[in-house]
Design a protein around this ligand. Structure first.
Ligand code: ADP
Ligand code: ADP
Ligand code: ZN
Length: 228
């Protein structure tokens, strides 16, 4: 089963993707995580992407598409039952490139799940977000604190990181980029019959349950019957 999680920054895509990964043996492909890894290792892509990300703008399509292509390539032939795209596509040209790539590989796309969240809630979610420095588990100052203070629930580590682009000014630019460049994907996938809308304002567990209901339902149109 191949899925796209679509939604504005802070909507809960990463949180839900990690849960789906475990439950359904899927592989999360997050272009944001890939870019941050490139920045960290100081690669050519990382050098180009860093300033753009810090401004809250979108990295050029050509860079993103070739990065994504390598990932999907790496996922085929492995034991995973499919992929969850988190943070990709973010523009209509990226969606068209994805369609072309999947068609070439005869891989179906089953659902495009939109997490709907108000802008005001997004600002609060993003400004309270932090992550375990070791295992990457996500937390929130208000909505998801570690069970034991300053200790990661998953790996017991005491070090946490906050993203440099999770600040008030950059968040505004990122929301604007979402509404201007990414929201046009909603009618694109509605026209394909793949769009499923989920209320992302609900609590995390409720959002997960809504997604599971979508996945338990019939697979989207345009898929190849019998394929996982
Ligand atoms: P995205 O990947 O869409 O940018 P995240 O999954 O990182 O979003 O979530 C943003 C922040 O909001 C994180 O700190 C996360 O713990 C928190 N969060 C995620 N889902 C919810 C929810 N349903 N209710 C409240 N907070 C949430
Ligand atoms: P969030 O979901 O919280 O906005 P991401 O981790 O998905 O954050 O993305 C962080 C930044 O990385 C974006 O603001 C953008 O600069 C860049 N980025 C990630 N994915 C893409 C993409 N598909 N196209 C263009 N830029 C991207
Ligand atoms: Zn951890």
């Amino acid at each position: 089963m191949n899925l796209i999680l679509l939604g504005p920054p802070g909507a809960g895509k990463g949180t839900q993707a990690k849960l789906l990964e475990e439950r359904h043996s899927l592989r999360q492909i997050s272009t944001g995580d890939l870019l941050r890894a490139e920045v960290k290792s100081g690669t050519e892509i990382g050098l180009q992407a860093k300033a753009v990300m810090d401004r809250g703008e979108l990295v050029p399509d050509a860079i993103i598409i070739s990065m994504l292509e390598r990932q999907v390539e790496g996922a085929t032939g492995t034991s995973t039952a499919g992929f969850i795209l988190d943070g990709f596509p973010r523009t209509v040209p990226q969606a068209e490139a994805l369609d072309a790539m999947l068609a070439r590989k005869a891989m179906p796309l089953h659902h495009v799940i939109e997490l709907q969240v108000d802008d005001a809630a997004l600002v609060e979610r993003i400004s309270g977000r932090f992550t375990c420095a070791k295992c990457g588990q996500g937390y929130h100052d208000r909505f998801k604190r570690p069970k034991v203070a300053d200790t990661c629930d998953v790996c017991g580590c005491h070090e946490f990181t906050r993203r440099s682009d999770d600040n008030a000014e950059t968040v505004r630019a990122r929301l604007e980029a979402y509404h201007r460049q990414t929201a046009p994907l909603l009618p694109y996938y509605a026209a394909n019959g793949l769009l499923r809308v989920v209320d992302g304002m609900a609590e995390m567990d409720t959002v997960t349950a809504q997604i599971e209901t979508v996945l338990a339902g019939s697979h989207g149109s345009g898929t190849e019957p019998g394929q996982a």
